[in-house]
Ligand binder design. Structure first.
Ligand code: PMP
Length: 440
C-alpha cells in the first residue's frame, strides 16, 4: 500500500461525512483509482483494469491521451479562463470543427459545462423557436439532473424531485425485447413510433416545442430503435410544429462507429444535437449545435455561461476530434464493435442468462435474465458478474431501470486483445453466475 494516499476506509468515511448521501458507488468494496492511461486505469495498489465502461461513457479517446494532454497543458499555462465576453480563438475554431463533423444543416453552437445544461439549452431554443412549451420524451431515457432534464428523463429512479417541469409527456421507447405493445418487429409496423401521434393528439395541447431522445438509450439499457423509427417519429413531430433534438451525450463523437453522431445511423437530421461526455474525454464540457433557423430565434436575448467556451475545454475538445481523426478511431470502433457484438451473440448461444444483445459500435448492451421465457431481470446476478469482472481486471457498466443490462462502452483505443479479454472474461464470469444462481 502506497503511504501517500488515504486508505479506502478513510475516503469512504469522508464521503459519508462530507458528501451528500445520494452519491453512488460501484462494488461491495469500492476501488480507489489513482491513475489512467488510455483504455486502462490503475488502483492504489497498482493493479490494472481495462475500463470497458469508459468512466460512464466519457473517456472517448483514452485516459490522459498524450496528444490531448499536451495541448491542454499548453493552454492551461497560457490562459485558463476569460469567458466569451472577450475574444478567443479556441471557441470559434472548435465550433467550426463541430459544424464540419455534424450534418451540414447544423451549424451554431453554444457551450456548457455538462450534458444536463446542453439539454436545458436545447429545450430553451426549442421553446424560443416554436413559441410552444410542450415536449415529447421517451420512457427509459436519461437526460440529466436539472428539473427540466429530470422531467425529460423516463425512469422513476431518476425522477424523484417533484414537481416536474410541466408539459413533458413520455412516449414508449422502441424497446423491442420488451415491446410496450406486446408485439414483435417488423410485424408491429413500428407501432411505438406511430403512437407518438396519438400522444400529441391526446396528451398535449396539440402544439409541441419538440421531441428529445437518445439515438440509443444509455442509462436506459442500450435500447436501439428499429431502422425506420426515427423517420416516422421525426415526421410526426414536424407535422405538429415541433423540432427534433438528438441527445448525443453518449452516442456522439464516433462511439457508434462510422457515423460521427449516433442519429446519422438512422438517416434523419435533427434540428439540434446536444453533446457532452466523450466530447471532452474527461473534461467538464457540453454543448448544443443547432440549425441556423433555430439559432436565429434566440437573437436579441442574452444568455451566458461562465465556463461555457472556456479556452481549456475548447482546446481539449478540438484535440479530441483531431485525435479521433488522426488515429482513425472510428474505423477501430466499427471493426471491433462488430467483433464484440458477434462474440456476445455467440455467448448468448451458450449462456441462458443472456436474454438479449443490443447496440452497435462501442455502444453495446447485454441484457441478463433469470429465465428466458419469463424475462425476469437478473439484477443481483449482474452485480455479481461486475464484481467477478473487477477481480479479473475488467470494468463493465450497468444500466436499465432494473439494473440488469451489462453496458460495454469502451474507450475508442482498445485493441483486438482487449476485446478478446472482454469476451473471455464475460464468458467465464457469466458461467460462474449461472452456476451460483442456478440459471439453466
Ligand atoms: N444525456 C445523456 C444521454 C446522459 O447519459 C447524461 C449523463 N449520463 C446526460 C444527458 C447528463 O449529462 P451530465 O452528467 O454531463 O450532466
Amino acid at each position: 500500500m502506497n503511504e501517500k494516499y488515504l486508505t479506502e476506509e478513510q475516503i469512504l468515511q469522508m464521503r459519508e461525512e462530507y458528501l451528500l448521501p445520494c452519491v453512488m458507488k460501484y462494488f461491495s468494496k469500492p476501488l480507489h483509482i489513482v491513475r489512467g492511461e488510455m483504455q486502462y486505469v490503475y488502483d492504489v495498489d497498482g493493479k490494472r483494469y481495462l475500463d470497458a465502461f469508459s468512466a460512464v461513457v466519457t473517456i472517448s479517446v483514452g485516459y490522459c491521451h498524450p496528444d490531448v494532454i499536451k495541448k491542454t497543458i499548453e493552454q492551461n499555462q497560457k490562459l485558463q479562463h476569460i469567458t466569451t465576453l472577450y475574444l478567443t480563438e479556441s471557441v470559434v475554431k472548435y465550433a467550426k470543427k463541430l459544424h464540419k463533423k455534424a450534418p451540414p444543416s447544423l451549424k451554431r453552437c453554444f457551450f456548457t459545462n455538462s450534458g444536463t445544461e446542453a439539454n436545458e439549452m436545447a429545450a430553451m431554443l426549442a421553446k424560443n423557436y416554436t413559441k410552444s412549451q410542450e415536449f415529447i420524451a421517451l420512457q427509459h431515457s436519461f437526460h440529466g439532473r436539472t428539473l427540466m432534464s429530470m422531467s425529460f428523463t423516463g425512469q422513476s429512479i431518476w425522477r424523484h424531485s417533484l414537481p416536474y417541469v410541466f408539459g413533458v409527456t413520455q412516449a414508449p421507447a422502441a424497446y423491442c425485447y420488451r415491446c410496450p405493445f406486446k408485439t414483435t418487429y417488423p410485424r408491429c409496423g413500428c407501432a411505438c413510433a406511430e403512437y407518438i401521434e396519438d400522444i400529441i393528439k391526446y396528451n398535449t395541447s396539440g402544439r409541441i416545442a419538440g421531441f428529445i431522445h437518445e439515438p440509443i438509450h444509455g442509462f436506459g439499457g442500450v435500447i436501439e430503435p428499429p431502422k425506420e423509427y426515427f423517420k416516422i417519429a421525426y415526421d410526426i413531430i414536424k407535422k405538429y410544429g415541433g423540432i427534433n433534438i438528438s441527445d448525443e451525450v453518449q452516442t456522439g463523437f464516433g462511439r457508434t462507429g462510422r457515423k460521427f453522431f449516433g442519429i446519422e445511423n438512422w438517416g434523419v437530421v435533427p434540428d439540434i444535437i446536444t453533446m457532452a461526455k466523450g466530447m471532452g474525454n474527461g473534461i467538464p464540457i457540453g454543448g448544443v449545435i443547432a440549425s441556423d433557423e433555430v439559432a436565429e430565434a434566440i437573437r436579441g436575448k442574452i444568455h451566458f455561461s461562465t465556463y461555457g467556451g472556456n479556452p481549456v475545454s475548447m482546446v481539449q475538445g478540438l484535440e479530441v476530434i483531431n485525435v479521433i481523426e488522426r488515429y482513425k478511431y472510428q474505423e477501430n470502433i466499427e471493426r471491433l464493435g462488430k467483433f464484440l457484438k458477434s462474440q456476445f451473440k455467440r455467448l448468448m448461444d451458450k449462456h441462458p442468462i443472456i436474454g438479449d444483445v443490443r447496440g452497435f459500435g462501442f455502444m453495446l448492451g447485454i441484457e441478463l435474465v433469470k429465465n428466458r421465457k419469463t424475462k425476469e431481470p437478473a439484477a443481483e446476478e449482474l452485480l455479481f458478474v461486475m464484481e467477478l469482472c473487477k477481480d479479473r481486471g475488467l470494468f463493465i457498466g450497468k444500466g436499465a431501470m432494473a439494473g440488469n443490462v451489462i453496458r460495454i462502452k469502451p474507450p475508442f483505443c482498445i485493441t483486438k486483445q482487449d476485446a478478446e479479454f472482454i469476451v473471455n472474461t464475460l464468458d467465464e464470469t457469466l458461467k460462474i453466475a449461472e452456476k451460483k444462481y442456478n440459471i439453466k
